[in-house]
Design a protein around this ligand. Structure first.
Ligand SMILES: Cc1cc2nc3c(=O)[nH]c(=O)nc-3n(C[C@H](O)[C@H](O)[C@H](O)COP(=O)(O)OP(=O)(O)OC[C@H]3O[C@@H](n4cnc5c(N)ncnc54)[C@H](O)[C@@H]3O)c2cc1C
Length: 376
């Protein structure tokens, strides 16, 4: 079995697979190592922003994704506590709308496409240690299917292992400031081509129609608010429904199609340990989920890194340039909305804030601005 590769990519999510596909197409020997058994659910709002389609076209994935019969998403509706709803038409990008599709299906399509493009892609395989010497990198990984450890070698390693990867520095934020992302699929919910965002004290919940008549419910809540609900997402939504009547109404007939899943979230740039390999996707920078563009930027970072690798200019600065304004903008918006939801007297400002919100919505639907070099 081959153990020597040109590139090893740790993480078989959208960032890792996009980079793998592009490098594989160039004839490089690429190994992708994915910890989870696939296909698998992932905490995500499952909203693909219209700006992602040109990249999906370049990867040859548009038809495969549309064949999954996800949902077109053309409108966003915001519900604040004790306030009227605010709805926004989502701008199309090159005539295309947003799209709701489960990560279980989406990531599986990416993983298989990477294989079709010549990568060796292993799931159920966890990278445990990376070391570097003069001739390149060594990656030690544990393969759960074979119940054995393996050592792989490459001249370059990329870290696409997501926001919780083990090669980043432990965040300085106190536990109380940590936010928790949560999600589950539900049946029997009012279906439409809208994403709905319900704000409440300490967080928000987004709903997006996906495939098979299902609706994805995904939210972000600060850890103190979740503690007050005894750590139960059902209880949290119950309490929230008291504050936000529109949410209570929306959830009346809801029945879960899977158990809740959750993960801690720290936004912004990830500072990597000094010995860490070059990162991409969430491993480089985690964008505020409210912006609905994490997946678009994960794929864009795959394009960027594969381009930089081929031109032998891979460095962190170029990635920073890709993410910088998006990251600052997303974090400030999220802080603003969290803050306003906590101060009921300010909610009346929301209607006049419509003019402020429309350009933000427009930005979440655009394609990433490509930094100098790669064509996205
Ligand atoms: C609550 C929430 C809601 C969101 N909603 C949206 C949305 O609606 N729209 C949107 O565009 N974005 C959204 N995002 C962001 C989006 O999910 C991410 O930006 C995107 O998944 C990043 O892709 P990635 O490939 O960088 O990382 P990931 O998708 O996290 O992939 C990383 C992979 O690495 C694997 N891995 C980790 N460690 C190892 C290891 N040691 N060895 C091998 N494999 C490993 C993991 O199993 C994982 O599959 C949301 C995020 C959250 C938290």
């Amino acid at each position: 079995m081959t153990t020597h590769f040109d590139v090893i990519i740790i993480g078989g999510g959208l960032a890792g697979c996009s980079a793998g596909m592009l490098l594989g197409r160039k004839g490089l020997k690429v190994l992708i190592i994915e910890k989870n058994g696939l296909p698998a659910h992932k905490v995500c709002g499952e909203f693909l922003s219209p700006g992602i389609w040109p990249q999906l076209d370049s990867l040859g994935l548009r038809e495969k994704i549309l064949a999954q019969k996800g949902s077109s998403i053309e409108e966003a509706v915001f519900y604040f506590p004790r306030s009227k709803e605010l709805s926004f038409q989502l701008p199309r990008f090159q005539g295309l709308t947003g799209y709701g599709l489960s990560r279980k299906k989406l990531d599986w399509i990416f993983f298989n496409q990477a294989r079709e493009n010549g990568c060796r892609a292993l799931d159920n395989c966890e990278a445990q240690k990376i070391s570097q010497n003069r001739s390149g990198f060594t990656v030690e990984a544990f393969d759960r299917k074979q119940n054995s450890s393996h050592v792989y070698y490459a001249s370059q390693v990329f870290n696409a292992a997501g926001k919780l990867n083990q090669w980043k520095e432990t965040p300085q934020k106190s536990e109380n400031k940590t936010k928790i992302g949560f999600k589950a699929h539900f049946k029997n919910l009012k279906r439409s081509n809208k994403i709905r965002l319900y704000f409440f004290k300490g967080g928000y919940l987004g709903t997006a129609p996906i495939e098979d008549g299902l609706t994805n419910l995904c939210g972000l809540v600060d850890s103190n608010t979740l503690k007050q609900a005894n750590g139960s997402f059902d209880l949290l939504l119950n309490e929230t429904g008291r504050e936000n009547a529109a949410l209570k109404d929306f959830l009346r007939e809801a029945s879960p199609a899977m158990p809740w899943m959750s993960c801690p979230v720290h936004e912004g740039f990830q500072s990597s340990k000094r010995t860490a390999p070059l990162s991409l996707g969430d491993a480089a920078c985690f964008l505020e989920p409210f912006m609905g563009q994490g997946m678009t930027y994960a794929v864009a970072s795959g394009f960027l890194l594969s381009h930089l690798f081929s031109s032998k200019a891979a460095d962190f600065q170029a990635l920073k340039q890709l993410y910088q304004s998006k990251s600052l903008f997303g974090a400030s918006m999220e802080n603003f909305l969290f803050w306003i939801s906590r101060h009921s007297t300010l909610i009346s400002l929301i209607q006049p804030a419509r003019l402020l919100l429309q350009p933000i919505i427009n930005r979440t639907c655009a394609a990433p601005k490509s930094p100098p070099g790669p064509q996205l």
